[in-house]
Design a protein around this ligand. Structure first.
Ligand code: HAM
Length: 431
């Protein structure tokens, strides 16, 4: 194999990326923020396999691009047709149907998803989602709670430029009736527009509604709206959701052209967009009801609702809104070896066991090089194990911000640093 081939092979595949420190600290913060909020809302963590039988996705999204064109399929050595998860809802519903937990079943997840998309900023072939799903409840109060869970998460992070857009797809009959009306309208107005418009009007009229093509907009803007075709029950449900959002003070916009990218949606649908992102990839999360999905997978009639939030997009939004500036945490202590007698190994272990973040250099580096490393690690304190101090069973502790230095008995140094770190609030914040 030539050198050039090696150079491109030993890189992460197109559309994927490595997450390295310190960026990974932001990830941890985002996931921990979501996990903490989900627990407060009564959700438990669910972990499903990264791949499923292809049918799990094909059955629920046969007409969607994500399933038709973007799925990573594979055949295993046993001849099974499998697919890497392109989204999180179908596997969770599959798990519900398989295990039949007592409803309501409230679960959250953090998982990678795979879609063979054209990569660009905010659109990847492997992306990560935080998500939540609830199975077994049709009450519109739950729609409000699920939306509030996501809304509060963005607020917890400090994001201010996230907008919530809501819509209703109605029940399956409403949706079918509306699709027929919409298709007839679009085809009646297809003259002069491209063949692609006509083809899409025939096959996926709903999906046309959020098409970005400039020359189609005049026709799309005047298209009949789903909300005019809702049954009384679906309309009441949707109005109840809006009243619930009002009661919780959650701002939202109604948009009857909001079309989510999967076939399974019924009733309430919603999307969170960030004005801090490029318009083409500004969805930082989205979801809705899928009241038929469990049944389609061979389970009992079980309503469901949930959402997925793209972690990479949330990160981009946080950066664009200049959050995280003071997130990066350094070490509490960096121990410097001036004697080389093994004391440092024992001291570092003791500091770590006491709950501090402590590190050291390896390989007999010079004392000067070790101090440099302590600075680079953004350690709060440098702990010097020097010959003179060692004779007194003490260490020299230097505050690396102020330069102040003090001698502390070796046996007390962990407690000494802990007390000061707790006072400055830094240790707890990162525990
Ligand atoms: P989705 O809208 O396809 O919905 O994805 C949810 C979120 O994942 C998007 O709003 C976006 O933030 C992020 N996302 C999607 N594709 C990519 C990509 N290629 N690169 C980066 N980020 C991406 C679902 O997946 C549904 N399962 C959501 C759901 C849960 N509905 C009900 N329950």
């Amino acid at each position: 194999m030539s050198e050039r081939d090696d150079a491109s092979i030993y890189r992460s595949p197109v559309g994927t990326h490595d997450v390295l420190p310190p960026e990974s600290e932001r990830w941890q913060h985002i996931v921990a923020t979501f996990a903490e909020r989900a627990a407060r809302f009564g959700f438990g963590l669910v972990i499903t396999p990264i791949f499923e039988h292809s049918e799990v996705f094909q059955r629920v999204g046969a007409s969607t691009d994500v399933v038709r064109k973007e799925m990573y399929g594979l055949t295993d050595r046993g001849g099974r047709s499998l697919a890497l998860r392109p989204e999180g809802t179908a596997p969770v519903v599959r798990a519900y149907v398989q295990h039949r937990p007592t409803p309501p079943w409230k679960v959250w997840y953090v998982a990678p998803n795979f879609r063979y998309e054209r990569p660009q900023k905010g659109r990847y072939r492997q992306h990560w989602q935080l998500g939540a799903e609830v199975l077994g409840v049709h009450d519109p109060d739950l729609d409000v709670e699920v939306i509030a869970l996501a809304h509060g998460f963005y607020a917890d992070l400090g994001l201010r430029r996230v907008r919530l857009i809501v819509n209703s797809m109605g029940g399956p009959e409403d949706r079918a009736r509306y699709v027929a009306v919409l298709r007839a309208y679009l085809l009646a107005h297809a003259d002069g527009l491209s063949g692609e418009f006509r083809a899409r009007a025939e096959t996926h009229p709903l999906r046309l509604l959020d098409a970005k093509e400039e020359e189609w907009q005049a026709v799309l803007e005047r298209a009949p709206q789903i909300t005019e075709h809702l049954s009384d029950e679906a309309r009441e449900h949707f109005e109840h959701v809006q009243r619930g959002l009002d009661a919780l003070g959650i701002p939202y916009e109604l948009d009857s052209r909001l079309v989510r990218g999967f076939d399974y949606y019924t009733s309430s649908t919603f999307e969170f967009t960030s004005d801090a992102l490029d318009a083409a990839q500004n969805a930082v999360g989205g979801g809705g009801r899928y009241d038929q999905l469990a049944e389609e997978m061979g389970g009992p009639v079980t309503p469901g609702i949930g959402f997925g939030i793209g972690i990479e997009r949330v990160l981009i939004a946080c950066e664009a809104e200049a959050l995280f500036t003071d997130l990066t945490s350094g070490l509490d202590a960096f121990v410097i070896d001036g004697v080389g007698d093994g004391t440092v190994a024992v001291l570092v272990a003791a500091l770590r066991e006491s709950g501090l973040r402590a590190d050291r250099a390896y390989g007999g580096r010079s004392v000067k090089a070790q101090w440099k490393l302590a600075d680079r690690c953004r350690a709060a304190y440098g702990v010097m194990v020097g010959r003179a101090e060692s004779e007194r069973e003490a260490v020299a502790v230097k505050n690396l911000q102020t330069g102040e230095q003090i001698e502390v008995p070796r046996a007390q140094v962990a407690g000494w640093i802990r007390a000061r770190r707790q006072k400055s609030g830094l240790t707890e914040e990162h525990q």
